[in-house]
Design a protein around this ligand. Structure first.
Ligand code: PLP
Length: 542
């Protein structure tokens, strides 16, 4: 046999092995399996390096663009993954990682995910998913009921109906928002007389037919950037997402919203959708949904609620009233991969009217035939994993009261942290928590006093230095690897709406203790002293 043939045969044999024979339990992969199933937290703690490496350094390990010509042993490659990827990944499950909406997962998710991946069901059609299809429809039904609270009869009639959908499961809030606007757009610019509808003829002809001079989306200036992406894809352009100013609590100003509706009407510009945000990404506040619903009703406009992050609050009977009015929305986005403790890739949108998805219905000959219950006929995405199983499992295992405890604890922890910040003379709370999210910054007591006695010009100078100091502290803290808060820039009313750099904290991990919160502030106090330029400059102003 030639070397070439021998090599090919060896590759052939090892390919057969990868699909049939599991790794030996004492191999690297086998050991990882054992370790993570017995002690995931310990495994992550041992393998994720505390010290951060610069991204430019890490990039050197990922510099080669050639697909390997030689196969690797699974164990050798696993070792490579452990040292080069896992070690420099982010410990999102750590209770001191309180900067983002991505958090720890319950232990049962890991084996169930493995089952999901092993089954490799494709939810686009029944032929590749079978029981997973009614399961997903039930999950959508449960989430629909959480939002709209229709009666049992409603769900018996619509949940499994072939030509209807109570919603769409998708990869996340971005696709959920896009799906909501897609449905709204196609219902608004539907077939009429000779015109066969926007889905067939496109935006240009649709606007001409309906004689509109434009199509826009209205949302507060705290709206998520995914709305602009949607506007871009839908053909109306990012500039067609019009920001409405917010009040001091980061909630949309309804007077200004109504004025804008009147103004656009005069200009013959049609509003595609008014969006209420339930849980803004940067400050965690909730728009006055009931009042927005009144305005949408008055002008006969589609009302969408972006509750990607805050929607899970509906699971708490105690805090559900904060979202009052959500049940009047035509569509609602909720991410299960945020406050429902499901891994990434689990978003959904629910529709008040189960028939509204007819406007985006698609058929093909080999699947998604007319009258079939294939989920793919009403979703943007094609092939999709069985993620709904993880939401289904979580809803059963944790149950509504369990979720209520998680949600309530998060909110109450944020209240505690806000108090703690208020008690510390050298910190300034920027936005009060409404849910489990707040913003603040380090600001020495003497500087705070100076700020309150300064002209707007001087205030600006001080705030510029404070911005730099906040960035410095946040970066150092992340590099040290003990704890993590994120940072953002938001308009602060008390400084004439100036865009100010702040720390942002999301308290979702149930294992984050009061002690950890104390430590985060202590560490920031120490880090501030390490600043050799910004803090001295600030203090020299006194
Ligand atoms: C996270 C978020 C989104 C986007 O969701 P993805 O799952 O990241 O695509 C949209 N809107 C709001 C309010 C969010 O918090």
């Amino acid at each position: 046999m030639t070397t070439h043939k021998r090599k090919a045969q060896a590759t052939q044999e090892s390919l057969h092995r990868i699909f049939t024979i599991p790794e030996a339990p004492d191999s690297t992969l086998g050991l990882i399996e054992k370790e993570i199933s017995e002690n995931l937290a310990g495994f992550l703690g041992n393998h994720i390096a505390a010290k951060e490496q610069a991204l430019s350094e890490i990039e050197k390990d990922f510099a080669c663009s050639v697909i390997p010509e030689e196969p690797s042993f699974v164990s050798d490659h696993t070792h490579h993954l452990l040292t080069k990827v896992v070690a420099q990944s982010v410990h999102t499950a750590s209770p001191s990682f309180i900067g983002h909406m991505t958090s720890a997962l319950p232990y049962f998710i890991l084996p169930l995910s493995k089952l999901m991946v092993g089954l490799n069901q494709n939810l686009v059609k029944i032929e590749t998913s079978k029981a997973f299809t009614p399961l997903e429809r039930q999950v959508i039904g449960m989430m629909h009921r959480l939002v709209y609270q229709d009666n049992e009869h409603f769900y018996q009639e619509w949940m499994h109906s072939a030509n209807h959908s109570l919603g769409a499961f998708c990869s996340g809030g971005t696709v959920a928002n896009l799906t909501a606007f897609w449905v709204a757009r196609n219902n608004l610019l539907k077939a009429d007389g000779d015109f066969t509808g926007i889905a067939r003829e496109g935006l240009f002809k649709a606007l001409k037919h309906y004689q509109y001079d434009g199509l826009v989306i209205l949302v507060s200036d705290r709206g998520h950037y995914s709305l602009k992406k949607s506007a871009d894809i839908l053909g109306i352009g990012q500039d067609s997402v019009i920001s409405i100013p917010t009040d001091e609590y980061n909630r949309v100003d309804c007077q200004k919203l109504r004025d804008k509706c009147l103004e656009l009407k005069k200009q013959n510009i049609r509003i595609l959708s008014i969006v209420g945000v339930a849980g803004t990404t940067e400050t965690g506040n909730i728009d006055p949904l009931d009042k927005i619903a009144d305005i949408a009703e008055e002008f006969e406009i589609h009302f969408h609620v972006d509750a990607a992050w805050g929607g899970a609050t509906l699971l708490s009977n105690k805090y559900r009233p904060l979202l009052k009015g959500i049940e009047r929305a035509d569509s609602v986005t909720i991410d299960a991969h945020k406050q429902m403790y499901v891994p990434m890739g689990a978003g959904l949108v629910v529709f008040k009217n189960p028939a509204s998805v007819a406007s985006i219905e698609h058929h093909a000959e080999y699947i998604l035939r007319k009258g079939s219950k294939d989920l793919g006929s009403h979703t943007l995405e094609g092939s999709r994993p069985g993620m709904a199983m993880l939401v289904y499992a979580s809803l059963h295992i944790i149950s509504r009261p369990g979720y209520e405890m998680l949600i309530n604890q998060g909110i109450e922890k944020a209240e505690y942290f806000a108090q703690l910040i208020n008690q510390q003379p050298d910190f300034e709370l920027i936005t009060e928590p409404e849910l489990c999210l707040l913003t603040y910054r380090y600001n020495p007591q003497s500087i705070q006093a100076l700020l309150s006695n300064s002209s707007h010009e001087q205030q600006d100078e001080i705030n510029q230095l404070l911005d730099k100091l906040t960035k410095f502290i946040q970066k150092r803290q992340r590099e040290n690897g003990k704890s993590f808060v994120s940072r953002t820039r938001i308009e602060v009313q008390r400084y004439q709406g100036r865009k100010t750099v702040v720390f942002r904290v999301v308290l979702a991990n149930p294992l984050t203790s009061n002690e950890i919160l104390n430590d985060v502030l202590s560490e920031q106090l120490e880090l501030a002293q390490e600043s050799e330029t910004f803090l001295p400059k600030l203090l020299s102003l006194l």
